[in-house]
Design a protein around this ligand. Structure first.
Ligand SMILES: Cc1cc2nc3c(=O)[nH]c(=O)nc-3n(C[C@H](O)[C@H](O)[C@H](O)COP(=O)(O)O)c2cc1C
Length: 485
């Protein structure tokens, strides 16, 4: 079956049919009240339902939250049973396999066709431009103030589109935007992110940087904006690969950028790097703490375009677990094959949501030589946004790194902190408050693998207890009869 949803609203309808969405008719305030309800629902077992607040107090546009906040809904949005399938699809496209025969060439064709079918398609008209406001007023949108000490109202699920001012290569990043007035937004692209890189290039070239902030669109799009793709990979091509059909784009009304034709709302504007930076924050962040005020660029809004009947999509971040647990899970699974592409010895890895993703990376490897754990940890710490990881713990292949119980068992038993801990320095996520400086601090690599003689271990490493297979088989066969349940 082809990809089933054209836009956010079709996705919401499908969720409703499956009883995965709850409508809230009570007119709740966009200031704090929608957050409180969403936060309670996110913390329900399994992530709770998606929410549609039909009548936010004072606004005619409904607000949807927690749309991606469960494994089931995330898989529906990506149209897969297991997001790892998407990673393997990419792996097959990337693998530099030289075809040996004509038949081999033919085998490669379907993969290349998938890539060709995924190229974004420019269309003349899009629902997103049914209404064009050239005198924009951000305050007319139901943008949320999430937490009591937030510096104001924030767009939390905006896909920020920019183009490299030199090469024209597009980037789409999920960065929050703070409303500073009816036509001003502070743009929170952190120093390690591609949007910030485009901003620095525009500054160097003394150019203004055009920006589109997209709400909604085909259901993979909000996720794709959060995915740590390499800078040269177009997020819309990636979304096309997920859907096996192109994302439809329209040209901006006041800017020379294309954005999804099936989006709900798009805010068009530009960032002038000559203008002074502004105060951004405080903001109740996905670490569970408030990020203090810091300096960021601001965007002048030139137009707001939208459908006649848009839905405003928002997400809440705060103390985990929140909706981003499931976005992060999708990234972890999709990128595993790509990690293996570079590091075939990696069996699995896990960045728990409770560790806000960047605090811990547990990785299991097929250990083949002394020091192998340090080789893998060093490679991960040099790979894209994994470079921001604070603690990397390396395990042997049999440890299930997605099971915290097994992780603590192997970590606790196999590690001598005097020998197995390496402290390094490096770039740290700018949301981390423990480091002395923003964005720079310490890292810890822990080798929790079985130690070898060549690694200085002089004792006999003990054997893990395992039951005799014959006895296991007998008890398996007898189990029902034992009447234990
Ligand atoms: C809900 C949510 C909010 C986020 N907010 C920000 C943000 O405000 N600033 C930022 O730099 N990254 C933020 N991120 C992380 C980026 O979206 C992520 O690192 C992404 O890979 C950035 O895209 P880029 O690699 O194209 O820069 C957020 C992620 C999620 C899931």
């Amino acid at each position: 079956m082809g990809y089933p949803f054209r836009d956010l609203q079709e996705f919401l309808k499908a969720l409703e049919r499956k009883r995965l969405l709850a409508r809230v008719k009570e007119p709740l305030s966009v200031e704090l009240e929608i957050t409180e309800v969403t936060d309670r629902v996110c913390k329900m077992p399994g992530g709770g339902k998606a929410l549609l607040f039909e009548r936010p107090k004072g606004y005619s546009i409904p607000v949807a939250t927690n749309v991606y906040g469960s494994y089931e809904r995330m898989k529906m949005a990506l149209n897969v049973d297991d997001p790892e399938e998407i990673g393997w699809k990419l792996y097959r496209i990337l693998r530099p396999e030289v075809p040996q025969s004509f038949l081999d060439k033919l085998k490669k064709l379907p993969e290349l066709k998938k890539l060709n079918d995924a190229i974004p398609k420019l269309v003349k008209k899009g629902k997103v431009q049914e209404v064009v406001e050239r005198e924009p007023d951000l305050l007319s949108l139901p943008i949320l103030k999430c937490w009591p000490k937030d510096g104001g109202r924030y767009i939390t699920f905006g896909q920020v589109v920019t183009k490299d001012p030199e090469t024209g290569v597009r980037n789409v990043g999920l960065y929050r935007l703070q409303v500073l007035g009816k036509d001003r937004l502070a743009v929170h692209w952190q120093i390690h992110k591609d949007g910030h890189r485009h901003y620095l290039k525009a500054k160097e070239l003394k150019k203004k940087l055009e920006v589109a902030v997209v709400i909604g669109g085909e259901p993979p799009l909000p996720y794709v904006a959060s995915a740590p793709l390499p800078p040269e990979v177009d997020e819309y091509l990636f979304a096309g690969l997920i859907m096996e059909r192109p994302v439809e784009l329209v040209k901006g009304v006041t800017i020379d950028l294309e954005y999804p034709a099936n989006a709900e709302i798009v805010i068009e504007g530009e960032v002038d790097p000559e203008e002074p930076l502004v105060d951004e924050g405080p903001f109740g962040d996905h670490t569970g703490f408030y990020t203090p005020v810091e300096k960021y660029p601001s965007m002048k809004v030139k137009a707001i375009v939208m459908r006649k009947d848009p839905v405003y999509l928002a997400t809440i971040v705060g103390k985990p677990p929140q909706e981003d647990k499931y976005l992060g899970w999708a990234t972890e699974r999709i990128f595993l094959p790509l990690v293996k592409f570079n590091l075939p010895e990696v069996v699995d890895y896990h960045l728990p949501a409770e560790g806000c993703f960047h605090n811990f990376c547990f990785v299991s490897i097929k250990k083949r030589y002394p020091g192998h754990a340090y080789k893998v940890a060093s490679a991960l710490l040099g790979m894209g946004l994994l470079s921001l990881t604070k603690h990397v713990v390396v395990f042997d292949e049999e440890v299930n790194v997605r099971d915290l119980g097994e992780v603590l068992w192997a970590w606790g038993n196999n590690v001598d902190p005097k020998r197995d801990v390496l402290i390094l320095k490096g770039p740290i996520d700018v949301l981390d408050h423990a480091t002395d400086e923003v964005g720079f601090g310490g890292k810890m690599v822990i080798d929790a693998t079985r130690k070898w003689r060549e690694e200085g271990y002089r004792r006999q490493w003990p054997e893990v207890i395992e039951m005799d297979p014959q006895v296991k088989k007998k008890v398996d066969e007898l189990w029902e009869k034992l009447g234990i349940g």
